[in-house]
Design a protein around this ligand. Structure first.
Ligand SMILES: NC(=O)c1ccc[n+]([C@@H]2O[C@H](COP(=O)([O-])OP(=O)(O)OC[C@H]3O[C@@H](n4cnc5c(N)ncnc54)[C@H](OP(=O)(O)O)[C@@H]3O)[C@@H](O)[C@H]2O)c1
Length: 278
């Protein structure tokens, strides 16, 4: 039995929408019959249909039929997409019951509320999710707009928390979190690949090197989360005096790994802010 009765809509059915939608289906949070997805090219929505989910090339159908509407287009598409919906919409009593959830990097609640001001009593929540939600290991932070009620927040929290961790934060923290959690999976995929390349260079077969690199990262991440120890303490525990690990750690320091990652988070969160202004 589904945990939610509402109809869920996605305007834009790309990677982020699919991570959330397929995650909710996998967790049996909603049934496929409760989901509707729109996008300009039906051929690009085939993976939704493969799950048994209805798709349409009419964004207004999602606005009209869904109770919880995820806005999942790229930031520069927001203005034309919202303008088109505005031109088709006549205010109805259903408006104030609908919940809008934006995943757009950098786009402020104020802007989202302006663009969708044609919806009476607009309930808008700004979020920053990440793609590991697809496998129930995601992170989402969220901030509510003016008319959002406590019960709406609780519903959204339950939904997003079922796909990992969800947490309400002040809106000013969303872009900084984007740099760590929204963009972070791409940084970590690069690290996994590079570690595997190191293994291959030393003679480990490619498949094994990739699997071990990813599993090692998972294990190390779980140690941080489950022991509550600072990563530096855990690292010191692995580095025996004169041993093999401290030699590798020294190489990381020479290559400025920590500084590079700090810069990556900084640049990505700044870019998120920039994208939202366009
Ligand atoms: N990917 C991430 O890790 C991540 C993380 C956090 C937040 N986000 C946010 O998620 C949003 C989507 O990113 P994404 O990575 O999912 O990009 P994406 O895979 O390119 O998805 C964007 C989708 O929007 C569709 N689209 C284009 N014009 C549209 C229109 N007028 N109406 C409805 N749909 C339209 C595209 O369809 P076509 O392909 O057919 O053009 C595409 O399916 C962005 O705002 C991004 O900031 C992404």
């Amino acid at each position: 039995m589904a945990k939610l009765d509402e109809k869920i809509g996605f305007i834009g059915g790309g990677n982020m929408a699919f991570a959330i939608g397929s995650g909710l289906i996998n967790r049996e949070f909603v049934k496929t019959s409760q989901v509707l997805v729109s996008g300009p090219n039906l051929e690009n929505l085939a993976r939704w249909r493969a799950l048994g989910i209805a798709t349409t090339d009419d964004n207004y159908e999602v606005l009209d039929k869904a109770d919880i509407i995820f806005i999942c287009v790229k930031p520069h598409i927001l203005t034309p997409m919202a303008a088109q919906l505005r031109s088709l919409h006549s205010p109805t009593l259903k408006d104030k019951d609908k919940l809008f959830v934006s995943v757009l990097a950098g786009v402020k609640l104020k802007t989202l509320e302006e663009k969708f001001s044609f919806v009476e009593g607009l309930k808008m929540i700004r979020t920053m999710p990440n793609t590991p939600m697809q496998i129930g290991e995601g992170i989402t932070v969220y901030s509510p707009g003016s008319y959002v009620k406590q019960q709406d927040l609780e519903k959204l929290h339950l939904m997003l928390n079922s796909l990992g961790i969800a947490q309400q934060v002040p809106e000013s923290m969303i872009d900084p979190v984007s740099g760590v959690a929204g963009c972070g999976p791409a940084f970590v995929f690069t690290i996994i690949e590079a570690l595997a390349d190191g293994g291959v260079k030393q003679g480990v077969p490619r498949q094994m090197a990739l699997q071990f690199s990813a599993q090692m990262l998972l294990g190390a991440a779980k140690m941080v989360l489950l022991t509550g120890k600072h990563p530096a303490v855990l690292r010191d525990e692995v580095c025996s005096p004169g041993g093999a690990t401290i030699v590798g750690v020294h190489e990381l320091e020479k290559g400025n790994l920590r500084s590079t990652l700090i810069n990556a988070v900084e640049k990505s969160s700044e870019r998120a802010t920039e994208l939202g202004k366009k």
